[in-house]
Write a protein that binds this ligand. Sequence first.
Ligand code: NBP
Length: 490
Amino acid sequence: MSQPVGDIGLIGLAVMGQNLILNMNDKGFTVVAYNRTTSKVDAFLANEAKGTKIQGAHSVEELVSKLKRPRKIILLVKAGPAVDDFIRQLEPHLEKGDIIIDGGNSHYPDTIRRSKELESKGLLFVGSGVSGGEEGARYGPSLMPGGSPAAWPAIKEIFQATAAQVNGEPCCDWVGEGGAGHYVKMVHNGIEYGDMQLIAEAYDILKRGLGLHEDEIADIFNNWNKGVLDSFLIEITANILKFKDDDGEPLVPKILDQAGQKGTGKWTAIAALDAGMPVTLIGEAVFARCLSSLKEERIRASKVIAGPQKEAFKGDKKQFIDDLEQALYASKIISYTQGFMLMRQTAKDLGWTLNYAGIARMWRGGCIIKSVFLGDIAAAYQKNSNLESLLFDDFFNKAAHKAQPGWRRIIAQAVLWGIPTPAFSTALAFFDGYRSEVVPANLLQAQRDYFGAHTFRVVPGKENTKLKLGEDIRTYHKLPCLPFLTCYIG
Ligand code: NBP
């Protein structure tokens, strides 16, 4: 039997799989391709892969037999049971130290489970975020691998060569243990929801507030793309707004305003609730999509619920547009602050060691949220890997301070106009809450204790408060006997 020549195998010849194989082939690796429906292997070899080094396989056994040791096999199939099915099919043909990589959009608890199961059998497992869609897969995605640490040295060369490159650095590094790769990809997707919602709100303010035409708004986005907001999403927004239908009218207003979602934003919001972290902007971005989908109800409501009387803008338009840029920038800082706080908390809870500067670098290219801004985040975590939040970093602290006046003016004006800004507003509410030494949770604690005897702690230095442990505040007010109010000194 001839010596195996395959550097890596890939299962799943849909859009992502085919493009990733072609990309890895371009980088000089010999890839062996397999798909459940094997006719797709033949079609791929006869068409897109014609004239390349790419090899085909018509069974899992044949795929494994064509790979050099340790075998590395990427699954790019529909997330869910298909991944478990393929793992079960592969296992009997693999040996200790071989590596299965799941490059699909798997939910991180599944990745944690799969890593544990395979490691207990001597195999290695990697759950890798792959971002950038079809284009990224073909020419350089952002790759976020995590799982069995022993797998990294074996896959590093292929992964880093295949990933997008920014300033000569690959948008791929080891993320961490267990489900860390898929977790970070999930947060990336959540942040993508947030960025998109912020841009949509800016568009709404310019359109309904200032009354600008799509062409004028596209010019504003093009300008913003030369400054602190320089990013893929701002760039494509300008292009989208310029796009005309056959009648010469902009296309965007003709698109039904009901946003779809595949669930990764929701996963991030749920993960934030589970971790007890205030990732409010991504949450609002998910809810805004939910609200958008209530189209018929909104149409009915628009007929019977009046907002404020619309008044033409009388201020300085140029100043307003500059303020809006700052509002978008500051809100984006808050969204990334929240996303990194979530990853930090989860890493603490699950015992992962995450490389935050590396994560920001991985997102600088090859993915939907790629931006210049991520270079500044990488620099912040490079300076201090223990940063509690980006707002403690000098650069972002100054940026948020500078943006603050315009950010407040924009939200105030939008409120007066009755234009919803859930993402802008929640970002500012978080900012104001985060920078508040005292928040009204003292009253909440008293209420909780009043009706539920939940107890509370007193402020250090106020230990001589009238109320002592086990005493009942209602006795002072001659109130009916509910569960007694208690406090303890903390
Ligand atoms: P799809 O998510 O559409 O999956 C198609 C592949 O899954 C085909 O190879 C298909 O085999 C296989 N498959 C299915 Br469907 N059910 C299966 C089953 N029960 N058992 C075995 N194989 C099964 O492909 P994709 O859009 O290329 O995405 C691949 C992965 O990458 C997904 O997890 C996706 O979420 C993720 N992802 C996609 C994008 C994107 O832009 N599309 C971006 C980032 C990540 P068949 O040919 O025999 O039906």
